[in-house]
Design a protein around this ligand. Structure first.
Ligand code: AMP
Length: 553
């Protein structure tokens, strides 16, 4: 296996042998897995979007041809390819074709810009960049980014016809030849971490485990080829690839690829007869709206993920479908509430790991001591699909993993026993990030960027509650000269630095100094409480104004 010049941390030999023996790992590549399913279910629908659909046979053929076209252009096995694509059929084609050509997709977001794509593309040595031309400004950004870039040689535009002239048989032969040369322990895709310090870390996922991770998820939910799996959140996210794309395709099921517009997504779900959907917390509220009602018709299971579920939401879903929860992360570990779990467990916990060989420890933060069941501690995990290390990050890996290889998630959790079964509940987090409707914003990264503004002497960003997205970013700033710039000026500064828009603060508080704890650290707890109090006061003032107006009418 190539270890990418020592930049990919291998699984320890003993554990790798165990996972191979148990079947948790596969000796086939992802391209071979997809082809196997397509050969079993050639005429079944593989993907339905708002305006297109494709069968398994077509998907297999078109991705073979596109893979052959990429090879014809001179791309070589293991060449990393940056993905900035949205939820459309072309993205699915690009994903599988890239993998079939032996190349490695780098799962960045369409919203990322130079601040993110610049360092990541250089770190992995990306040679190509796939972009969605419908995202405003993205194509121009990609062109500018490629100029003078040390390794990028190709820019691909989603939707452009590539490889359709290549003979399907010849393309298949080429793909088979490439796939047979891939070591299952080699990297299949690079995902990005949202939850660590500084700029995003790169997560190498390998063939042996990545598709199987999706198989395990689909098994937990009892899926077969007859289910129709809707997905609304970015399909390129790890949750999109694992729980949407790969999980549906691992059993020959149909992926109903919607977009984040809940109204349109629910309409498509109704039309395409969706039986399953994963709902991130950015869409929790939308489930309570009348627009969701038509989508219920064929819906059997709704998996909720990303934030605590209220009894009202849970009962609303359960009126017509099974409701459950998922905890997942790009680094690996997935937990789901099993189908047969009692409602209490499905309402109050995120379930149990999807693989029998997954191991969990809840540790006293900063130590290696396990806390007793019921107590809150840091969720730490290891197993057949949880990475043993970030890509090219030896320094960071030293603290991100406990000595026996357990990954420190930075999430707070507890073990809750229901009817004799030990479930995991998520109780908050230690890592300093903002979870804006599923997109993670690293506080430290943003603070460093804010400090580059000449008027900002000190900066601390914290999450503020938002009814729709769960959390948004509020920046507390100390001015260098007493001037208090408006939010728009700070946002323009971040735009100039090429920072993805979802990371821009949506509220500013200029303060004389940042509060400090008694050990001298910035006291973010008090800042979070401060912004909550301010939001409450503003809400009360608006409500009072409304009733005053009503009283005088
Ligand atoms: P990502 O790698 O972007 O998928 O993000 C993984 C992180 O999202 C986890 O480490 C948690 O902080 C958060 N997360 C995922 N699922 C849940 C959940 N069900 N409840 C609370 N937080 C979650």
């Amino acid at each position: 296996m190539s270890n990418w010049d020592g930049r990919v941390v291998p699984y320890p030999t003993e554990r790798a042998a165990q996972y191979r023996a148990s079947g948790a790992w596969s000796n086939q590549t992802t391209g071979q897995r997809l082809h196997g399913v397509a050969a079993r279910f050639p005429d079944r629908p593989a993907v339905i979007t708002a305006d297109e659909s494709i069968t398994y046979a077509e998907l297999d053929r078109r991705t073979d041809q596109l893979a052959a076209a990429l090879v014809r252009l001179g791309l070589q096995p293991r060449d990393p390819v940056i993905f900035q694509l949205t939820n459309r059929l072309d993205t699915v084609l690009a994903w599988y074709a890239t993998i079939k050509a032996g190349l490695v997709p780098v799962a960045t977001l369409a919203a990322h810009r130079d601040n993110e794509i610049g360092p990541i593309s250089r770190k992995v040595g990306a040679v190509a960049h796939f972009v969605d031309p419908q995202v405003p400004g993205l194509l121009d950004f990609a062109r500018a980014h490629a100029e003078g870039h040390p390794t990028i040689r190709h820019l691909f535009i989603a939707g452009e016809s590539l490889g359709e002239d290549i003979d399907a048989g010849a393309a298949r032969e080429l793909v088979e030849c490439i796939q047979s040369g891939i070591d299952p322990c080699d990297v299949v895709a690079f995902q990005l971490s949202g939850g660590t310090t500084g700029t995003p870390k790169v997560i190498p996922r390998i063939h042996a485990e990545y598709w199987n991770n999706a198989v395990m998820y689909s098994r937990t939910l009892g899926w077969d080829e007859h289910v129709r799996v809707a997905h609304l959140i970015p399909i390129i996210h790890n949750a999109g690839i694992t729980c949407g794309l790969h999980a549906a395709h691992s059993v020959g099921a149909c992926l109903i690829l919607a977009t984040t517009d809940a109204g349109k997504a629910f309409e498509l779900m109704a039309r395409a007869r969706a039986t399953d959907v994963l709902i991130g917390h950015g869409h929790y509220q939308a489930l309570l709206s009348p627009a969701f009602e038509p989508a219920r018709q064929h819906l059997q299971r709704v998996v909720l993920s990303g934030a605590k579920v209220t009894p009202a939401l849970f009962q609303h879903v359960e009126r017509t479908a099974w409701a459950g929860q998922l905890f997942g992360m790009s680094e690996g570990m997935f937990m789901v509430t099993p189908l047969e779990s009692p409602a209490t467990a499905r309402l109050t916990t995120v379930g149990v790991p999807v693989c029998a060989e997954d191991e969990i420890r809840i540790l006293e933060p900063g130590t290696e001591d396990t806390v007793p069941d019921g107590a809150v501690g840091e969720l730490c995990c290891r197993g057949p699909y949880t990475i043993p290390g970030y890509f090219d990050a030896p320094e960071h890996n030293r603290t991100a993993f406990a000595t026996d290889g357990f990954y420190r998630t930075g999430d707070l959790a507890a073990i809750t026993t229901v009817d004799g079964v030990r479930y995991v509940s998520i109780e908050g987090r230690i890592k300093d990030l903002i979870n804006r409707g599923g997109e993670k914003i690293n506080a430290e990264e943003l603070e460093v960027l804010l400090l580059q503004h000449p008027t900002v002497a000190n900066a601390a960003v914290v999450a503020m509650p938002d009814p729709r997205l769960g959390e948004k970013t509020c920046a507390y700033l100390v001015s260098t000269d007493g001037s208090q710039l408006p939010l728009s000026a700070i946002q323009a500064h971040l735009a100039d630095l090429g920072v993805a828009k979802f990371k821009w603060p949506e509220r500013l508080e200029w303060v004389a100094a940042l509060p400090r704890s008694n050990v001298g650290k910035i006291d973010k707890k008090s800042l979070r409480a401060d912004v909550v109090a301010k939001l409450d006061a503003e809400r009360n003032a608006t409500a009072a104004k409304g009733s005053e107006h009503y009283a005088t009418r």
